[in-house]
Design a protein around this ligand. Structure first.
Ligand code: COI
Length: 363
């Protein structure tokens, strides 16, 4: 306990320039951000400052060797106007899991949650209230060693900014099932939310976008056969009423917080959920037999987004119209209602920011 957070307020808020009824995803940033520095084995210099550029050394190790991780969390306001954050504890745990894999220090809960508490208090007016919108919280950490040689860094910067966002996907996602490039393999970094996982996807992503697809559905790195994830989302398939999603056991896919929430809600509704290996052949067989009811992805940014069609080895496979997908539509609505405080929070998923406590401390 006892990390002091210094606060410098912006002199000129930009909030008046924002059209909150028509928010893009990820290109508008709230007035403040949080920064903490790690050196000599501890965190120091925790501060909330006006959002802006960070000055960095050209030899900054994160830029050269990719020691960098991030998270995505969403906040809304409940009917009383209190900022509510969806399962930040899970993201905190995953952040430190990623940190461990990338030889980075653990961020204390006091700093991680303190950053959220301070930012959501000082910038609470930036939390949108229109449908399908929320405040996206982006914690990230990068190695800040200023040296050309390769070694695990000993200096790091932890930063959090927030961004009022609208929908990530505006139409059913067109997915390209890649049979050549892979995202992860056992022993690799697939389960970590590290920058490198996304960097390695960029070239194949650019290629498939040229063909009119939105995202890649990655297959496993050994057999090129089993579904892994989409990069922005975990994948779910519904075959003959059974909900199937790849298990986390190999350490190749992200431990999605939305994934976990959807599994919980589906089981509560009485659906059978299987966490297991599922091959692309099984999905195609189900499609050919008319048993492929649904495919959708889950993620913080994407919430629950339907897949419209997928491409695999020269063939396009269409999924049923979204309005007929009763199971996923029901789960999506339930999740959205819980996240916005409109449905009962049976599982204690919502964190209520104690604005009163922090507002009194913030100058
Ligand atoms: C998220 O869903 O929060 C993500 O990190 C996915 C994407 C925006 C990169």
């Amino acid at each position: 306990m006892g990390y002091k957070i210094h606060i410098e307020r912006t002199k000129r808020s930009r909030i008046g320039n924002v059209d909150f009824s028509n928010l893009p995803f990820g290109s508008i940033f709230s007035d403040h951000m949080f920064i903490a520095e790690y050196e000599n084995g501890d965190w120091d210099n925790c501060r909330v400052v006006p959002f802006g550029n960070i000055s960095i050394h050209p030899a900054l190790s994160a830029l050269h060797y990719g020691q960098a991780i991030f998270e995505g969390i969403k906040a809304e306001k409940n009917n009383e106007g209190v900022p509510i954050v969806f399962r930040p504890q899970k993201n905190f745990e995953r952040f430190n899991l990623s940190a461990e894999r990338m030889a980075m220090p653990q961020v204390p809960e006091e700093i991680f949650m303190g950053a959220i508490d301070h930012l959501l208090t000082i910038d609470r007016d930036w939390i949108p209230t229109s449908p399908d919108s929320s405040l996206y919280i982006r914690p990230f950490m990068f190695a800040a060693e200023e040296i050309v040689g390769i070694k695990p860094a000993e200096r790091f910067i932890f930063c959090v900014f927030t961004s009022p966002v609208g929908k990530y996907y505006h139409h059913p996602v067109r997915v390209y099932v890649h049979d050549k490039y892979v995202r992860a393999f056992p022993g690799g970094t697939g389960y970590a939310k590290c920058a490198g996982n996304y960097a390695a996807a960029m070239m194949p992503l650019r290629e498939i976008k040229k063909l009119g697809y939105d995202q890649i559905l990655w297959l496993d790195g050994i057999h090129h056969r089993y579904l892994q994830e989409i990069g922005t989302m975990n994948i779910f398939v519904i075959i003959d009423g059974i909900i199937i999603t790849p298990s986390l056991h190999e350490g190749t896919i992200l431990h999605g917080v939305t994934r976990d929430s959807i599994i919980t809600l589906a089981q509560e509704e009485g659906y059978v959920v299987q966490e297991r290996d599922i091959s692309i052949d099984e999905v195609i067989d189900a499609h050919n037999q008319g048993k492929l009811d649904d495919m959708f992805g889950t993620g913080t940014a994407a919430v629950l987004s339907h897949i419209g069609e997928f491409f695999y080895k020269g063939e396009v496979y269409e999924l049923p119209p979204v309005e007929l997908r009763d199971v996923s539509n029901k789960l999506r609505q339930r999740l959205i209602a819980i996240k916005s405080g409109k449905a009962e929070d049976l599982y204690g998923w919502l964190y209520h920011v104690p604005v009163g406590v922090y507002a009194a401390q913030i100058p």
